[in-house]
Design a protein around this ligand. Structure first.
Ligand SMILES: O=C[C@H](O)COP(=O)(O)O
Length: 255
């Protein structure tokens, strides 16, 4: 946690969920409101693009925010299959993940593309959740902090504002594997990111929310979310089940 920064637990459903998954979203909204946890943290679920409109109906007047998982760098035009940030906003999203490692790998997204997507998100009125993180090979080669520094530098535009930007540190080797870095390693990475961000953005870097992502589960949430400079989590698999997602949010009851 960082004093003065309101934490966030964000779920990323990835390419999971058709209409049959919406009752789980309803359960998250109902459970989050009943828990009173909205006094302590923000909760957001990033659903597949096909579900955004219906998810917006489910979450209307709830305390849970809604996000997409990617956006085009363009606003409109001849880009078959792409979805613009403006479209996400119009469909009901307030957030969008950009630069997730699965997009960097599957779609060869570079830092420059991720940066342009963050700009597109802001222009449309969305908050960008910008992801960074090293692969297993990079970690083994002792390059974790170099990779994170390079990705932060390249993926965050110079006019970054903490109000509309969130950074998620997701070691690629921890995603969906059940493996996590030690709390000490997470602390080191997040402290490094904070220093880099303050050096570049000053006060805006000091206020930026830094999420940890990669195999966050109810059982390790208190330990990971209690780390200095960890201002929340980006949760994949465990966000598909309302009970698990809410149990992760509950970690803030004891922090
Ligand atoms: O965006 C979420 C992350 O990729 C983490 O996924 P995971 O919680 O399934 O490891």
């Amino acid at each position: 946690m960082t004093p003065g920064i309101r934490p966030m637990v964000a779920g990323n459903w990835k390419m999971n969920g058709t209409g049959g998954q919406l009752p789980e979203l309803r359960a998250i909204a109902v459970g989050f409101a009943a828990s009173g946890l909205d006094r302590k943290l923000d909760a957001v679920i990033c659903v597949p693009a096909t579900l955004i409109s219906r998810a917006a109906d489910v979450l209307v007047s709830s305390k849970v925010g809604l996000g997409g998982q990617d956006c085009s760098v363009k606003e409109s035009g001849a880009h078959t299959g792409d979805i613009s940030a403006v479209m996400l906003k119009e469909a009901g999203a307030d957030y969008v993940i950009v630069g997730h490692s699965e997009r960097r790998t599957d779609h060869h997204e570079t830092d420059a593309v991720v940066s342009a997507k963050a700009e597109a998100a802001w222009k449309a009125g969305l908050t960008a959740i910008v992801c960074v993180g090293e692969t297993a090979a990079e970690r083994q080669a002792g390059q974790t902090l170099d990779v994170v520094a390079r990705q932060l530098l390249g993926s965050l535009p110079d006019d970054m504002k903490s109000e509309t930007t969130i950074v998620a540190y997701e070691p690629v080797w921890a995603i969906g594997t059940g493996q996590t870095p030690t709390a000490g390693d997470v602390e080191k990475a997040h402290a490094f990111m904070r220093r880099e961000l303050i050096a570049r953005f000053g006060g805006e870097g000091a206020k930026l929310r830094l999420l940890y992502g990669g195999s966050v589960k109810p059982l390790n949430a208190v330990e990971l979310l209690g780390v200095t400079n960890v201002d929340g989590a980006l949760v994949g698999g465990a966000s598909l089940k309302a009970t698990d997602f809410l149990a992760i949010c509950e970690a803030y009851k004891s922090l």
